[in-house]
Design a protein around this ligand. Structure first.
Ligand code: IPE
Ligand code: IPE
Ligand code: MG
Length: 258
């Protein structure tokens, strides 16, 4: 989507009775790199997967907090393309947790007005997980309060190449189409995030200062907020603190100060 109008689109005056003291200027789209599960567990003498299990509770809490705050789009980085490199057992647990999350939370998500969407090469996920995801996407497709986007088997460079492939196919079928109409808006419509606004705010937990192949195109002008807290320790109040910090940022988009 357009990079220049994000500030103007910031939400104002949303009902948020359960989230007091929030600024008027809220991000339209918050993206989160949920990091630090493994270290959280290791520091407690637990296996890494215990950190992933604990992290699921944080997901629940931050979805709820987004609803209460009135943030309309929340994207969670749950599994990167690069995460297949991890030990087989850990990958298996992550897939099972995803599976269980969808089964256990679907009714609640549906009731709360959450629309579930995924980005990434989901077709490579285990078939039974994929089936549950497709069913959940269908069942929540008319919900509009919060769009919860889960990045699964996601890699930003692959996403960009997938868009280029689509455009090349289009150009082969209709020579000249690419030159006639290829601009940022058209390109964005070929990304997995089609139809979503670019993230206004990126939160990364656990203190790492990197993007890890997440939403590279979409985050050209995203405000970045990094906390040292591990994901399982990240709370609703920490999330609101990030929203408050966001409201103090001056987004210049290359212009000079107002
Ligand atoms: C984030 O926590 C969860 C996923 C990547 C799925 P990590 O598992 O990366 O935790 P650390 O970074 O090793 O502590
Ligand atoms: C990024 O975290 C991916 C997810 C949170 C799903 P990683 O823990 O995989 O990132 P790196 O390897 O530290 O960059
Ligand atoms: Mg990590």
């Amino acid at each position: 989507m357009s990079l220049s109008s994000d500030a103007a689109k910031d939400t104002a005056n949303r009902a948020r009775s359960d989230a007091p003291d929030l600024p008027q200027r809220l991000p339209q789209h918050v993206a989160v790199i949920m990091d630090g599960n493994g270290r959280w567990a290791t520091e407690r003498g637990l296996p890494r997967v215990a950190g992933h299990q604990a992290g699921v509770q944080t997901v629940r809490e931050i979805v709820r907090a987004s609803l209460d705050a009135g943030v309309p789009v929340l994207t969670l980085y749950a599994f990167s393309q690069e995460n297949w490199k991890r030990p087989k057992d850990e990958v298996g647990v992550l897939m099972d947790l995803l599976d269980h999350f969808i089964v256990r939370e679907l009714d609640d998500l549906e009731r709360q007005g959450v629309r579930l969407r995924t980005i990434g090469r989901t077709e490579a996920l285990p078939p039974r997980t994929l089936e549950k995801i497709r069913d959940a996407e269908k069942r929540t497709s008319t919900n509009a309060k919060l769009t919860l986007v889960i990045a699964l088997n996601y890699g930003a460079r692959t996403e960009i190449l997938d868009a280029v492939r689509q455009l090349m196919r289009r150009a082969a079928a209709d020579p000249g189409s690419a030159e006639r109409a290829l601009d940022e808006a058209v390109f964005s419509e070929h990304l997995y995030t089609k139809g979503l606004p670019d993230p206004d705010l990126l939160i990364r937990t656990s203190g790492e200062m990197r993007l890890s192949n997440f939403l590279l195109w979409q985050m050209s002008y995203t405000e970045i907020y990094i906390t040292r807290k591990y994901w399982p320790d990240f709370t609703r109040e920490d999330y609101f603190e990030a929203l408050r910090e966001y409201a103090t940022r001056e987004r210049r988009f290359g212009d000079v100060s107002a």
